[in-house]
Design a protein. Structure first.
Lengths: 306, 194
């Protein structure tokens, strides 16, 4: 298909969209470097705790780089597998398939792969590293309960995330933050269980253990902050772009209203993957700084204002 | 001696100045040229998207005729209209002709599907249902491709009318592009939907 995946900077109202692409590409690169260093530090701290010496540092560097590569190239598959989504063929659901292809044409990007999660909740997410390698996932509930205009609104929202490279940034964040959180937890536990410290007998041992402890506590916190930073403003921009694609704000607005009125959590989502989803899949009333999603009322109100 | 140096320096200064201005002008010209090429490519690319979908629509119609023929024996007129409209679409050349032919075909298809409501057996046929969804999907894609195309034409046409692009557009071989039009009837339909 002849498409123009990397359009240049347009003028007028399109600027913010192309600015978003540039910002996402730049931030993705910065983030992947930052998180690789963080993973390296976390593993090194782990190595210090167990007196592994330089072998630990080499291992840390190796694992960190390999994991960064894995996140970038295979992270989308990992996320799809984690969500339990399976691919939908054209024959199986021509309606959904055509709808996704139509909106890809509107967004002027190649059509993403289409997946469905066997879940009754109303939700969706998109993942991938760029528009050429992307996928859209909808829940069975969404495909069944939304009418055409509403489904188009939700799919257009996800298409916007793909088109402006939000998916790349979110992919790196979610997959790498997942590991950092996991490492942090292991380290904290090994402290609580008194895993090391009493061994060794070198003079600097206590100092190193303290450093390890600080890293063990700090890394998951930094990771959490990075993850929270990704979500909220992006959702408003994606809503606005979705309306630009469908030219029909009521579709997306009614979809949001339907989700609010028929709310139920999406089972496959975890704390780490929550920020990927169209609507908050966990549903804990985390307000203010800790919320991964903007309040749904706010999004509805903004769409009414168009 | 000192006088000569100043003179020489003055000459060099002028040279640098002229050279600088020429360089800036050349850079501006390159930027104008590139911008126009990018916008024109965007229009061509958006047009290709419409063309693919129009072709797909035309390709689906013989299958539709085949699946409908057995049931709708008494609707020869309707079927002929669709076939005629399809032929017209395939022969259309310019953007305007294609838009017109496509709108005509959409109208005849609407009639066909409305008449098909009277044939429960036909409506129950899996093959017919699939073709109906495919044609509806294609029509939606044409609508989206048309929006994308008209957006890119708007940007292109606007750009070649404004300063400084209008001074060079003709020289670089750029001219206004046609919009892919919507008929009055289709506009009315959209209005009803809202």
């Amino acid at each position: 298909m002849a498409t123009n995946p990397m359009p240049d900077r347009g003028n007028g109202q399109r600027v913010s969209f192309f600015d978003a692409i540039d910002a996402n590409k730049r931030n993705s690169l910065l983030l992947i470097v930052f998180l690789t260093v963080l993973v390296f530090l976390a593993i090194s701290a782990f190595a210090l705790m167990f007196d592994m010496g330089w072998v630990g540092f080499v291992m840390g560097a190796l694992i960190a780089v390999l994991y960064a590569l894995f996140s970038y190239f295979l992270g989308d598959r990992a996320l799809l597998a984690l969500s339990g989504a399976r691919p939908v063929s054209r024959e199986e659901n021509p309606y959904l398939y055509n709808l996704v292809e139509g909106l890809a044409i509107a967004a002027q990007i190649p059509a993403p792969r289409v997946y469905m999660m066997d879940d009754a909740s109303l939700n969706a997410f998109a993942t991938g590293r760029d528009p050429q390698h992307s996928a859209i996932v909808v829940t069975r509930g969404l495909a069944e309960k939304m009418n055409r205009a509403e489904l188009e609104g939700v799919v257009a929202h996800e298409m916007s995330h793909i088109g402006n490279y939000d998916i790349r940034y979110m992919l790196i964040t979610v997959v790498m933050v997942g590991l950092i959180g996991f490492l942090g937890e292991i380290m904290l536990r090994s402290f609580l269980w008194g895993g090391s410290g009493n061994r060794g007998g070198r003079g600097g041992g206590g100092m190193l253990v303290l450093l390890g402890l600080v890293l063990a506590i700090l890394t998951p916190i930094i990771a959490l902050l990075v993850k929270l930073a990704i979500s909220r403003e992006r959702e408003y921009l994606a809503d606005a772009t979705a309306v630009k694609l469908t030219r029909y704000p009521d579709g997306l607005r009614n979809a949001l209203i339907k989700i609010r009125d028929n709310y139920q959590p999406t089972r496959a989502a975890t704390g780490t993957t929550a920020s990927l989803y169209f609507a908050d899949p966990i549903g804990k009333k985390a307000a203010g700084l800790l919320a991964t999603h903007p309040p749904i009322e706010d999004r509805i109100k903004r769409l009414g204002g168009f | 001696m000192a006088m000569l140096q100043v003179l020489e320096l003055g000459g060099l200064g002028t040279l640098l100045c002229v050279g600088g201005i020429v360089l800036v002008l050349a850079a501006a010209l390159v930027m104008i040229f590139n911008r126009l090429v990018v916008l024109k490519n965007r229009v061509d690319n958006a047009w290709a998207q419409i063309d693919v979908q129009l072709k797909r629509r035309a390709d689906l119609i013989p299958n539709l005729m085949e699946s409908v023929k057995g049931y709708m024996k008494h609707e020869r007129g309707v079927l002929e209209e669709v076939t005629k409209a399809r032929t017209a679409l395939m022969q259309a050349g310019s953007v305007e002709e294609k838009a017109k032919a496509n709108n005509a075909l959409a109208g005849t298809l609407k009639t066909l599907f409305a008449v098909a409501e009277n044939y429960p057996q036909l409506k129950a046929s899996e093959n017919f249902k699939m073709l109906q969804e495919e044609l509806a999907g294609t029509e939606n894609k044409i609508a989206y491709a048309r929006t994308a195309y008209n957006d890119s034409v708007l940007e292109y046409n606007q750009t070649i009318q404004v300063i400084p692009y209008n001074l060079f557009a003709g020289m670089f071989g750029h001219a206004q592009k046609q919009y892919f039009g919507v008929t009055e009837a289709e506009r009315q339909n959209v209005k009803v939907q809202f």
